[in-house]
Design a protein around this ligand. Sequence first.
Ligand code: SAM
Length: 244
Amino acid sequence: MFASMKHAKIRLYVDQPLGVGQSVPLSQGQARYLFAVMRLGVGNAVSLFNGRDGEWQAEVAEAGKRGGTLCCIAQSAAQQDPPDLWLLFAPIKKARTDFIVEKAAEMGAARIVPVQTDFTNAERIRQDRLQAHAIEAAEQCGGTFVPEVTELRTLTKVLDGWPSERRLMMPDESLAGKGASLGATPGGPWAILIGPEGGFSEGERARLTGLPFVTRVSLGPRILRADTAAVAAMTLWHTALGDW
Ligand code: SAM
């Protein structure tokens, strides 16, 4: 149904309803990006998505310095949600934390949960900035889904309220090179937990090892940086259980 349709190169995430003839108001930032930076004008095409209704082709109806409106013409791609996979990670240095969020959004995380562990050296995160990175990654990679980036939570609290049907894959640096793999594991909802630069504390490792829903794995014989480990772990999971 969508194969023949032309997709406008410029893709924009809008938190607005999308549908045939739907008028979409633009924020000042979106108007500046489309009209000043990308130099679009009335009649030009834009691909829109809102994370729920697939991708839509739209046209610029009004273009101004501080705002504008687009008009939805037709749907150009169906909504494609990722598998039910959460990425939990301990925030590291800002740029590398941004990288983890961006890659998780591109690679198909359904939710991104920054967690404070014993050795995490970041006391807080800018959730709004990280959410913007996830949106930008979806715009760039042609996705129609945007994962929620939650506020920073302690690992203890996250585990205390853990949904029992969700399994947790824990790349554990103490298993480096010991060949511990995912093995034959059930489908269903999953999560991945990546530790901080300092790794997991003994107390965390003892608690996680004792939890029935946890599968500890190795990511090979070399110790990876946390941002590399996040990408490696998502690759491992997706090739075994995901939608790749
Ligand atoms: N400071 C730790 C050390 O030297 O052992 C390394 C922690 S590593 C930078 C950050 C996280 O990446 C770890 O907590 C783990 O989740 C993951 N990781 C890195 N390399 C790994 C490997 N070879 N096997 C399993 N997990 C790994």
